[in-house]
Design a protein around this ligand. Structure first.
Ligand code: GRF
Length: 211
């Protein structure tokens, strides 16, 4: 199984994937921002990096996406992992990789799609927040959910503190999802729901606040 990881920034989820000893050959890490910190981390881990600067393509999203698809196909990737890739993709691009492209989102979808999820969760007063790995579909942050992890929201949380608590869980569940994909244990049903063949742990509930 060959995969590529698309990033735009620091690349901590990318690093979690690269370090997880997955049964996956990571063919390359591609960033739409040449300055992305994650590129140096990928290189230090021996992974090919490609900077595909979206600003070169101006407002022409289709041209950027075509160049991106050309790279992914040249690398013969079976799976595309979006990991902090901060760019909306065209429908044509998404459809080309549908069922073969995963994303990590820092909220419990369908709550809080889009940006600034942690500040919005605090403003809404939710007591439980978290993260989601999902298949990518044309509607942003709305594709079939693969796995979620929840964390408590604490009274003295700031967006930064909450983000750090969520990020630690992102680094756990993204490698899990990619492993299931690589092992053929992720099944996307015609109803758009995902089934995972994985051993079940004993049930437990996260109750927050739990005093
Ligand atoms: C993560 O919170 C991810 O969920 C979101 O963007 C952030 C990227 O962080 N899509 P990193 O680049 O993986 O460190």
């Amino acid at each position: 199984m060959r995969a590529v990881i698309l990033i735009s920034g620091r690349g901590s989820n990318m690093e979690a994937l690269l370090r997880a000893n997955l049964p996956v050959e990571f063919a390359a890490v591609i960033s739409n921002r040449p300055q992305a910190g994650g590129l140096a981390i990928a290189r230090s881990l021996g992974v090919e990096t490609i900077a595909l600067d979206h600003t070169v393509y101006g407002a022409d999203r289709a041209a950027f996406d075509a160049a991106l698809a050309a790279e992914i196909d040249r690398l013969r990737a079976d799976l595309v992992c979006l990991a902090g890739f901060m760019r909306v993709l065209t429908d044509a691009f998404v459809q080309r990789y549908q069922g073969h492209m995963l994303n990590i989102h820092p909220a419990l979808l369908p709550a809080f799609p889009g940006l600034d999820t942690h500040a919005r969760a605090l403003a809404a007063g939710v007591k439980i927040h978290g993260c989601t790995v999902h298949f990518v579909t044309p509607e942003v942050d709305a594709g079939p959910i693969v796995v979620q992890a929840a964390v408590p929201v604490l009274d003295d949380d700031t967006p930064e503190r909450l983000a750090a608590r969520v990020l630690a869980q992102e680094h756990r569940i993204y490698p899990m999802a990619v492993r299931w994909y690589a092992e053929g244990r992720l099944h996307l049903g015609a109803d758009g729901r995902v089934r995972v063949d994985a051993p079940r742990l004993p049930e437990s509930a996260l109750i927050s606040p739990n005093g």
